[in-house]
Design a protein around this ligand. Structure first.
Ligand SMILES: *Cc1c(COP(=O)(O)O)cnc(C)c1O
Length: 408
């Protein structure tokens, strides 16, 4: 097989020309700042699509999560329960406010926060009042179970829907399950503004606070008057133009991503692997990234340090490191599973709660038969596959062949 002439990306921006129209409108009317028609339209359209009452367009998903943490009233020293297997931007905003993330282990059904571990965490820390959860790779988490536990303990939910725009749970869009929810328009997401994000809520007062905080917390006065700490977090009208042009294509992108997932599922069905799974009865992911996990018995030996990985090739077996190296050799971009937060050096001192106990495994290497936590296990055996919606069927067939070859 030859290398791909054009790199096959994990997930890259897909433009449709309308973006240029709205950017140009902003330029020609000179609304080049953080006020304008594109921002108003994008806020209106997202509320309409997602079904939330209020949305505030901000500079990123991370800034949206930060202001959500502020709204939730997290104070220095407060513990906050957080999804463990996620991108760091889910949990860093807790620390911006001085909070201390307590990581909750993952379950195998959706690769999201394990409700059993969450319940266990509330028994250990009944004072916790805020839970930050994510819908990883666009797959809705076990929302009903988690909501029931949060209601029981009177905890607020911050929902990180950065990867899951357009995904639904029991027919309801993600981004509506948190008291405060965040979405992202970063360049690799299902639709993009090149950057940008939004805070979503049904609480009018909360939305107004975020609007104010995000524009430097200016009071109504003839001069710059400040009673509260402010931020420069508002979305630009130019960025909003890109988002506005993308929005009509959200469903098309989801359909393309779903087709990619189904093709992988079919093409890889004879290998000792599983695709990332979801609750088929209750949820419809947006299939942002297709992922796979290798069966335990089909793992060759793989060892990872903090920054490097080695494996020993073995007939009939493979590992994420081998597959990722092979993909890279052919000019295709895969990626390891997002390394769980409890395994990150920056969070090594934070509590981590699993369904079986409060503890960390002593090694992050995959050792047959060792009982490691679920997040670590998915990180060891899983990987994200090239999931770009511009990938052709021929290109995807070749990627499937490359993966099959790893197991030869
Ligand atoms: C991308 C992402 C974010 C951050 O969004 P930005 O717009 O890049 O700041 C937060 N959480 C998750 C899960 C993400 O994937």
């Amino acid at each position: 097989m030859d290398k791909f002439e054009n790199k096959v990306w994990l997930s890259s921006p897909t433009m449709h020309e309308d973006e240029l129209k709205y950017i140009t409108e902003a330029y020609e009317s000179n609304w080049m700042s953080t006020v304008g028609k594109n921002i108003d339209e994008v806020e209106r359209l997202i509320c309409e699509k997602v079904g939330c009452k209020y949305s505030v367009a901000l500079s990123s998903g991370t800034s949206s999560l930060h202001l959500a943490v502020k709204l939730a009233g997290v104070k220095p020293g407060d513990y906050v329960f957080c999804s463990d297997m996620t991108f760091a931007a889910t949990v860093n905003p807790v620390v911006y406010e001085g909070g201390i993330p307590i990581f909750i282990d993952t379950e195998y059904d959706t690769w999201n926060m394990d409700p059993i571990a969450l319940e266990k965490a509330f028994l250990l820390y009944p004072e916790v009042k805020v839970v930050v959860l994510v819908h990883l790779y666009g797959t809705p988490c076990k929302i009903d179970e988690i909501k029931a536990i949060c209601d029981k303990y009177n905890a607020i939910i911050i929902e990180d829907a950065a990867e899951s725009l357009g995904a639904t749970y029991k027919g309801v869009q993600t981004g509506t399950f948190g008291d405060y929810s965040a979405i992202s328009f970063n360049g690799n997401k299902i639709i993009t503004g090149s950057s940008g994000g939004m805070l979503l809520t049904n609480d009018k007062e909360a939305a107004n606070k975020v609007r104010k905080w995000s524009t430097q917390s200016r009071e109504n006065a003839p001069w710059y008057q400040h009673e509260e700490l402010g931020y420069n977090y508002r979305m630009s009208n130019v960025i909003a133009g890109v988002v506005r042009g993308q929005l009509p294509y959200l469903e098309e992108h989801i359909a393309q991503k779903k087709a990619i997932y189904e093709r992988y599922k079919k093409g890889l069905k004879d290998l000792p692997i599983q695709m990332n799974s979801y609750d088929k009865d209750n949820s419809e992911p947006n299939f942002w990234l297709s992922c796979m996990i290798i069966n335990k018995e089909a793992m060759c030996k793989q060892v990872r340090s903090e920054t490097e990985a080695l494996y020993i090739s073995e007939k009939g077996k493979s590992c994420p490191t081998e597959i990722l190296e092979m993909l890279a050799k052919y000019n295709a971009e895969g990626r390891p599973i997002w390394k769980p937060m409890h395994m990150q050096p920056i969070y090594r001192m934070n509590p981590f709660i699993t369904r079986n106990g409060n503890g960390r495994a002593k090694t992050n290497a995959y050792i047959e038969g060792s009982s490691i936590d679920i997040g670590m296990d998915i990180f060891d055996r899983g990987l994200c596959l090239p999931s770009d919606n511009k990938m052709t069927e021929e290109e995807q067939d070749k990627i499937i062949e490359i993966i099959k070859e790893c197991f030869q």
